[in-house]
Unconditional design. Structure first.
Lengths: 119, 136, 769
């Protein structure tokens, strides 16, 4: 399972970066989302995969038993998920705004802030 | 999307989802859940309502602007964080009422902090979604 | 005490609010500030002359040894009195000189800041506060030189002086750090105790080299002197205050201050003598060819500073005494000459020596002041300058190595300086009055009284040098050289070699003045020298540096986001690949791998298919739908592997994200293929390669035993300490609560950003495009 998950993470990274290298602004954001998912899964994978033992202390105990899923990466990913929502929505809106103002989706046409382009 | 079935469903779903989100928030300390998830579920409830009845209706229902929720939540969280300072304890020390309150359970400043997170997340999600759907 | 030092800053912060008042006729009221400070420091004289230095401490950053320790001893008192005394006159002078200026309030603000910084610098006992004040003087000087900011020359000069003094400050910080490390204390007073350790340390040459660069940059020693003539673009009160009387003496102060700590070593003395000696001759030589009054003064100031460095380099008690006296002498006459130049400029509108003459007929008191200053500058009895010059010759004659040579250099320098003092102090007033200046009249009293006061002061101190002998000069000398013997200042020493030298100097200077007419101008061979002058070299370097920076920027910052991403990713890929090939043995321990169920298999397959679909689909809507699928699949993975919190959050967020995309999508452009297939293949190869590396890396890390200390801590204590049973939630709201706090703040900022982007219409910008 770990092997397949690692391959999936690699796939998410590859496609995320491939999309970020496109000239289209929309693809940039899509790539960003994929990359974010890839990172989350990577952290999850590195924390170790444990089946059926969530980091919850049973009613009868006062601490976690011997085998349990690592709560630290989970806490990290939880915040990462929520933060990436904020990031993604900001990016989406920024793109929309850029599109309205500059009227192009092509990043090569908006790469310079200078009025008279000498490139 | 303003189909009758959807509307009827949405009007029932709103209180149900809200209740569910509060439930998720409260149980977060013992079982899966917490402020983040609770806040998002609550915002989904309002977004659904907005889809069914239109944004104006939802805003009326909310009464306050979602932007206004963010500072409230932040203030609550900060308050919960500095509360121990007044008792001479370090920042964010856990403080708990000695007896559990019925239904809610054991109340402490951690819950207050989580409530702050809940409100901020709700405010953030609603602000984003509402601004976007109004601007589009 | 703290109040006294900070009062400049406090007043400066109020100045903008009093702008209207200050621009009016009440501006001279600010003179009260330096005057009060001057009186305050006068109070210290009895205490200090009894050889009891006053140390006043305020804690600032005690944990790092940085405190506001103010030490009032002879040396700092001398400087404090000079700063506030001349400050008083300059403040008064400014109120008339700059009358009606639009930004007079701002100007006064800068002046106050400068005065505060300067006071802080000379009074600090802690080297780090000293450094901070040192830099503050550079910064306030930058603003004052660039005060006429509409003038590009002015801006350029300000920049040059900031660059040079800033560079010096940088080296100074290095020197201070080394000194602090070796001596183990940041207090200059305590350092004297570990002077031997410092001198014996292997880094001693580095320390003094850095210290010298700092001091030389500030005190305009060759080859870092060229910012000072440029700084004359500043309004005259600034030139008077900063660039002749106080700030440029900061380097001298520094050298004097560190003489007991680092001095009396051949490397220290010889370096200072060589640089100081060369500077004083070089600058004095240049000063006689200048035709602009202010430039004459600028070069003669550099020369005088060189003289001071030279004297400190000599290092004998005699020489240090001469230096102490000469600091006072120079401050008095040079400030006076600058103020006079300012008056001439203000009234006639020119500083060209060729045009000015006969002004005594219209402004007698100014002419008197000029004559007095010139007397002191030339060292003609009975001025205080004569006392100073006597001491200088006495000390050079007593020099251990090459007394004849150093005395010769000193005499020649003094002859040249005498010539330039006649240029500045006498020439504009002598001769017939041209018709053009018939209507020129005496300026406001606030302008001509200060230089006259200074001139009278020089005369008074010359006749009665005992006035400051025990109160100021003596303690100052003792703080430079604690073992200096007692001395007696006097005008008349009887007929001896020193007197002969003085007479020769005066005679030589007068002869030079008669033979060499300034109107001849700069001979060609002097102009030829300037091609290789430090100023031109520095200018060339800075131009080349800018070209290099431009080249580099256009190479690395070309403005294409994807090129940045490409470069970063390729670099990372190469790095990772190199490391994994050389140092990582790739293997996967199959026994540790958890088995795969059929449900998981299906989820994985759907996930992979969805990812590939997102990349290839030409439809945006399909891409968004596929992204939703990816999100839900990840959610299922969280469910399979014991992360219920994550699953819930991922599910809810994914729903919201899809809604968001759908809302915005209709307004976004359709997918367009901009790139050709070659570029796409290139990108594809790079990203696939990177993805593979990440996979390998992930598997590799899995095999490494990881430390789970924090995990165990949380697992064991989450109920015991935080009364929670959901460990993930406990981490979020309790153990790592501050992180969560910051996170929700970030979220709020993101939401406000979205709101601002959408709701605040950028009307102007919209219309433009």
């Amino acid at each position: 399972m770990e092997i397949i998950l690692a391959v999936i993470v690699g796939l998410l990274y590859a496609s995320g970066i491939y999309l970020m290298l496109r000239r289209s602004l929309v693809k940039l954001v899509v790539g960003l989302v994929l990359l974010g998912n890839g990172v989350n899964l990577l952290i999850f994978l590195l924390g170790g995969l444990v089946r059926g033992k969530p980091p919850l202390i049973p009613d009868t105990a006062t601490y976690l038993g011997q085998v349990y899923a690592d709560p630290v990466p989970q806490a990290l990913i939880l915040t990462a998920i929520v933060i990436s929502f904020g990031l993604q929505s900001f990016a989406i809106v920024l793109i929309k705004r850029t599109y309205v103002v500059v009227n192009t989706d092509d990043m090569d046409q908006i790469h310079s802030t200078e009025e008279d382009d000498d490139y | 999307m303003k189909h009758l079935t959807f509307r009827t469903a949405a009007s029932f779903l709103l209180p149900l989802l809200l209740l569910f989100s509060v439930f998720i928030l409260l149980r977060g300390h013992y079982l899966p859940g917490g402020g983040f998830v609770g806040g998002i579920i609550a915002s989904i409830a309002f977004v659904l309502h907005a889809f069914a009845f239109g944004l104006g209706q939802t805003r009326k229902l909310l009464r306050i602007r979602p932007m206004g929720l963010m500072p409230v939540g932040l203030a609550l969280a900060v308050f919960a964080a500095v509360l121990p300072l007044f008792q001479g304890l370090p920042l964010l020390t856990g403080l708990w009422l000695s007896k559990p309150i019925p239904v809610i359970g054991l109340v402490g400043n951690a819950l207050l902090f989580d409530l702050g997170v809940y409100i901020v997340v709700l405010g953030v999600a609603l602000t984003i979604i509402f601004s976007i759907s109004e601007a589009v | 005490m703290l109040l006294a030092v900070l009062s400049g800053f406090i007043v400066a912060s109020f100045v903008p609010f009093l702008g209207k008042l200050l621009r009016g006729k009440w501006s001279f009221l600010l003179t009260a500030l330096p005057l009060c400070l001057f009186l305050y420091f006068l109070n210290f004289i009895p205490q200090v002359s009894a050889n009891k230095a006053a140390l006043i401490s305020y804690e600032w950053v005690p944990s790092m040894g940085i405190n506001f320790n103010f030490l009032v001893d002879g040396l700092s008192l001398l400087f404090a009195l000079m700063i506030t005394g001349i400050g008083t006159l300059v403040f008064l002078y400014t109120s008339a000189y700059m009358k009606g200026d639009r930004y007079l309030d701002r100007f006064y603000g800068y002046l106050c800041i400068f005065m505060g910084a300067m006071l802080g610098m000379v009074l600090s006992d802690n080297i780090f506060t000293l450094f901070i004040f040192w830099e503050l003087t550079s910064i306030s000087s930058f603003f004052l030189i660039g005060y006429n900011n509409e003038n590009s020359d002015s801006r350029k000069s300000a920049l040059v002086s900031l660059a040079i003094t800033g560079l010096g400050g940088f080296f100074l910080l290095g020197a201070f750090a080394l000194i602090g490390n070796i001596s183990g204390t940041y207090s200059i007073n305590e350092m004297i105790g570990s002077a031997d350790a410092l001198k014996g340390n292997g880094l001693y040459p580095v320390i003094i080299a850095f210290l010298f660069i700092g001091a030389f940059s500030k005190s305009a020693q060759y080859p870092l002197h060229f910012w000072l003539p440029g700084a004359m673009k500043a309004p005259t009160p600034v030139s008077t205050y900063l660039h002749s009387a106080t700030m440029v003496k900061a380097g001298i102060y520094l050298l004097a201050r560190f003489t007991p700590v680092l001095g009396n070593v051949p490397a220290w003395n010889n370096t200072l003598m060589i640089f100081g000696g060369f500077t004083m001759f070089y600058a004095a030589f240049h000063s006689i060819f200048k035709r602009d009054l202010k430039e004459v003064l600028a070069y003669s100031t550099i020369s005088a500073l060189g003289m001071l460095v030279f004297l400190i380099g000599l290092g004998t008690p005699d020489a240090l005494l001469a230096a102490t006296v000469f600091i006072i002498v120079h401050a008095l006459y040079k400030a006076s000459l600058f103020l006079i130049t300012g008056i001439i400029d203000h009234e006639t509108g020119t500083r060209d020596l060729a045009k000015l003459s006969g002004l005594r007929k219209v402004m007698m008191p100014v002419a008197v002041a000029g004559a007095l200053a010139m007397l002191s500058n030339s060292g003609i009895p009975p001025s205080f300058g004569f006392v100073g010059k006597d001491l200088i010759y006495a000390s050079t004659l007593g020099s251990e190595l090459g007394a004849a040579l150093v005395t010769g250099v000193a005499v020649i320098t003094n002859i040249l300086l005498l010539y330039s003092s006649i240029l500045a102090g006498i020439r504009p007033f002598a001769g017939p009055l041209p018709d053009a200046y018939k209507t020129v009249h005496l300026p406001d009293w606030r302008m001509w009284v200060p230089p006259l006061l200074l001139g009278v002061g020089s005369l008074l101190l010359g006749v009665f040098p005992g006035l400051i002998e025990g109160g100021i000069v003596g303690p100052a000398l003792l703080s430079i050289d604690p073992t200096a013997p007692a001395f007696h200042l006097q005008l008349w020493h009887g007929f001896n070699v020193v007197l002969a030298l003085s007479a020769a100097t005066i005679g030589g200077g007068l002869l030079l003045y008669l033979l060499f007419k300034p109107s001849v101008g700069q001979p060609a061979w002097v102009a030829g020298l300037s091609a290789s002058s430090p100023k031109n070299i520095a200018g060339y370097l800075s131009r080349k540096f800018r070209e290099l920076a431009h080249l580099w920027t256009s190479l690395s910052q070309n403005g294409y986001l994807r090129i940045y991403v490409l470069v970063i990713i390729s670099f990372l890929t190469v790095l990772l690949a190199y490391k994994s090939f050389t140092e990582v043995k790739f293997y996967v321990e199959l026994s540790k791998v958890s088995p795969l169920t059929s449900a998981e298999m299906v989820v994985m397959f759907i996930l992979a298919a969805a990812v590939i679909y997102v990349v290839y689909t030409p439809s945006r809507l399909a891409a968004v739908a596929a992204m939703g699928v990816i999100g839900y699949c990840i959610c299922l993975i969280f469910v399979f592997y014991s992360a219920p919190d994550l699953a819930m959050t991922q599910f809810a967020i994914d729903t919201l994200t899809v809604i968001l995309f759908v809302l915005v999508l209709y307004r976004l452009p359709k997918y367009i293929h901009y790139s050709n297939w070659l570029i796409r293949i290139r990108d594809g190869v790079i990203s696939l390669f990177f993805g593979t590396l990440i996979t390998i890396l992930g598997l590799e890390v899995l095999n490494e035993p990881t430390s789970k200390e924090t995990t165990h801590f949380f697992a064991e204590n989450s109920y015991a300490l935080a009364k929670g049973k959901n460990v993930v939630n406990v981490i979020l709201v309790d153990f790592r609560g501050v992180d969560t706090m910051i996170e929700i703040t970030v979220l709020t900022i993101a939401a406000m950003g979205v709101f601002a982007l959408l709701k605040l219409q950028l009307n102007k910008y919209d219309q433009e495009l």
